[in-house]
Ligand binder design. Structure first.
Ligand SMILES: [Zn+2]
Ligand SMILES: [Zn+2]
Length: 73
């Protein structure tokens, strides 16, 4: 069994998790890109955030209309 040091915290782990983005070995705590500040994380995020500013305004209700029901004879 081979011990590998976590590339983030330096803990020796016998079952290292390899980050699928930067290919570095990490312990269970730091295996996620967010947890080890993955060098690729910015690229991942920038790719996802390419479409920003697509916040749509919710449709406004037009209050006031429909108040003209006063057509009584
Ligand atoms: Zn670690
Ligand atoms: Zn990584």
């Amino acid at each position: 069994m081979e011990l590998v040091a976590c590339a983030y915290c330096g803990d020796m782990v016998d079952m290292p998790f390899e980050c699928s983005y930067c290919q570095d070995p990490f312990c269970a705590e730091h295996r996620l890109p967010e947890e080890h500040r993955c060098v690729k994380l910015r690229q991942i995020r920038s790719g996802r955030d390419s479409k920003r500013g697509v916040i749509r305004d919710p449709p406004k209700r037009s209050g006031g209309l429909g108040r003209f029901f006063g057509k009584k004879r």
